[in-house]
Design a protein around this ligand. Structure first.
Ligand SMILES: *Cc1c(COP(=O)(O)O)cnc(C)c1O
Length: 385
């Protein structure tokens, strides 16, 4: 099924009314999906990670738009995220990747969500609830986070026998697929081998009709020859790498889906020597003009971007100065004479022919894009462009 229909707020009005907002380029999202499909073995399906509001992009607009290009199954982190998607009419398979507390297990069944079995004890707990559930068994192939240890196939088979649990998938997670150090590549190979052995053993024990999946973004990009039923792309599907310069072993052009924008709220002229902001942390070295932007750390802007980072205003770079506030921040626009109140300012994305990539933004903040993106947007409008 393919349609060109785009889901989400698409009006100019939302954009005009917002003090700060996220723009979603759905064309880029679709291109990234097509790129994965062209790299992966024929028949391999997508189960994108739309947890944490689809890494800040908005779980509902992302899932709906993916649905319109035939991507119907999704991974989320929590049962609540799954419930939200169901309430918004997402009808495909939804896998909850992490633990659901005992008290919320009924929601898995009420909303037809698939739960991950994070270990044997957890399977016992799920069994004790007596609630009929669909599950995927997580297998720990070396990351030592979630999953039944790969050698404990007896335990996996035991979980299969639990009366109220229907096992419809088995998966694992790679933890160094982004690294091309020899020992890391060797470790990933080991994880893949262990996973294959588990699947072999299960098949030999007569288990069939279960979905198998292993790769997230870097597993897709660097180990695309793996041939399982699903892949679970997250960060790369949003057109972004975790870090600038990360190893990508394929010719793929990822297109960023998200832009982050705000507005100039007001403009202040300072004489040389005058200070601005909390702590008067900024001092004008020359007669300066500052713009106050209507976005701050409560919108997910890392407070430590101050002094290191710039934003784009009329396609020109403006340095972030002073301390970032909860709802505002200051930029130096002394050399951008055309800047006026209500003008758009770009924090991530393109302004005329200049672009700030999420990878750069994350580097300024001293972290990875996954973290900065998943933290933005609690208070921002999301607009499809
Ligand atoms: C978050 C997550 C993913 C997606 O990871 P990316 O690195 O963003 O692609 C896939 N699988 C699991 C188990 C996850 O927790």
């Amino acid at each position: 099924m393919t349609t060109d229909h785009v889901w989400g707020n698409t009006g100019k009005r939302e954009q005009e009314e917002s003090r700060a907002w996220i723009e979603l380029n759905i064309g880029h999202l679709k291109q990234n999906i097509e790129s994965f499909q062209s790299m992966l073995p024929h028949g391999c399906k997508m189960m994108p990670a739309v947890k944490a509001e689809a890494y800040g992009h908005g779980a509902v607009p992302i899932a709906r738009n993916l649905q319109s290009v035939g991507v119907t199954d999704f991974c989320v982190a929590s049962v609540e995220e799954g419930v939200e998607l169901r309430k918004e009419g997402i009808s495909g398979k939804i896998l909850v990747l992490s633990y659901t507390p005992r008290g919320a297990v009924y929601k898995l069944s009420d909303y037809n969500l698939i739960q991950t079995v994070v270990d044997k004890e957890y399977a016992n707990m799920l069994m004790e609830t007596g609630i009929k559930l669909k599950v995927h068994i997580g297998v720990d192939t070396g990351m030592h986070r979630l999953g039944v240890w790969w050698e404990d196939t007896e335990d996996i088979l035991e979980i299969w026998e639990k009366e109220n649990l229907t096992v419809c998938g088995v998966f694992s997670h790679l933890c160094v697929a982004d690294s091309k150090r020899t020992e890391d590549m060797k470790f990933t190979r080991t994880q893949i081998d262990r996973f294959n052995q588990v699947i072999e053993t299960l098949r030999r024990a007569g288990k069939k009709d279960f979905a198998v999946h292993l790769q997230s973004s870097y597993g897709i990009l660097n180990y695309s020859q793996c041939n399982y039923d699903y892949v679970r792309p997250g960060i790369a599907m949003y057109g972004v790498l975790s870090k600038k310069g990360d190893w990508v072993d394929t010719e793929i052009s990822l297109k960023p889906v998200l832009s982050l924008k705000s507005r100039i709220e007001c403009i202040r002229d300072l004489k040389a020597g005058e200070g601005a902001g909390y702590g008067l942390d900024y001092t004008a070295e020359r007669d300066s003009r500052l713009a106050v932007l209507s976005i701050g750390y409560a919108d997910g802007i890392p407070r430590n971007l101050s002094k290191k980072a710039f934003v784009l205003c009329h396609g020109k770079k403006a340095k972030i100065v002073g301390r970032i506030c909860m709802d505002q921040m200051l930029i130096d626009i002394t050399d951008i004479k055309e800047a006026l109140p209500d003008d758009e300012v770009v924090l991530i994305g393109k302004s005329n022919n200049t672009q700030i990539y999420a990878e750069q933004f994350a580097e300024w903040a001293g972290t990875i894009t996954n973290e900065v993106l998943s933290r933005i947007g609690g208070r921002l409008e999301r607009i499809v462009v």
